[in-house]
Design a protein around this ligand. Sequence first.
Ligand code: GTB
Length: 217
Amino acid sequence: MSPTITAFERSPDRGRGLARDTRVRWALEEVGQPYDVRLLSFTEMKEPAHLALHPFGQIPTYEDGDLALFESGAIVFHLAERHAGLLPGDANARARAISWMFAALSTMEPPILDRTTAMLVERDKTWHEQRLPLVEDRIRDRLDELSNRLGEADWLDGEFSAGDLLMVSVLLRLSGSGLLDEYPNLSAYVARGEARPAYKRAFDAQLAVFNAASSGC
Ligand code: GTB
């Protein structure tokens, strides 16, 4: 039996691949693991059946036999541990790749999410125009450092890893902000991630869900 993940029945990002099921789909595609998807409405996400899987009533979740997981990072890590292709075999290189997974989620993602919040729910506040540049400067601080570390390398530490998968997924949330354009090496890094066949399959799969919902299928 294939594992089952959950995703938005109709993603608020209109199929741009920014919801967190995309990173899980991407990991599944990278390791060649077929999967099923259970689509959920916002109402269903808060009902007991889903809350039993996800304490915060969110997507994505992952079910495989008697294992149920939530948190996209934990799901990607689980897949990377159980399949070849997303973590190096050498123990030290593996530990460094895991550091990059945490860096993506706990160092890079928070300031980027803060900007999303500012744009989605604070736009009508009197202080929005003053706050946004501060939020964006905090993102720039991190992008400066990441850009310096990446340099001209293709990936963060040798071969493509789950660390890159999560880092590219996080950076993609800056699409349209103009911030990534200030860093040609990071823009190229994200483009390399998006060009991977596994990413394209993942992106197309989530887009197909949105298109089907929009056409009333
Ligand atoms: N830390 C968790 C993880 O990594 O899995 C966060 C999970 C999460 O935030 N899930 C969101 C969710 O279920 C969907 S991805 N939200 C519903 C809720 O909390 O009630 C976040 C997301 C939502 C919308 C856009 N968008 O429109 O662009 C992008 C990303």
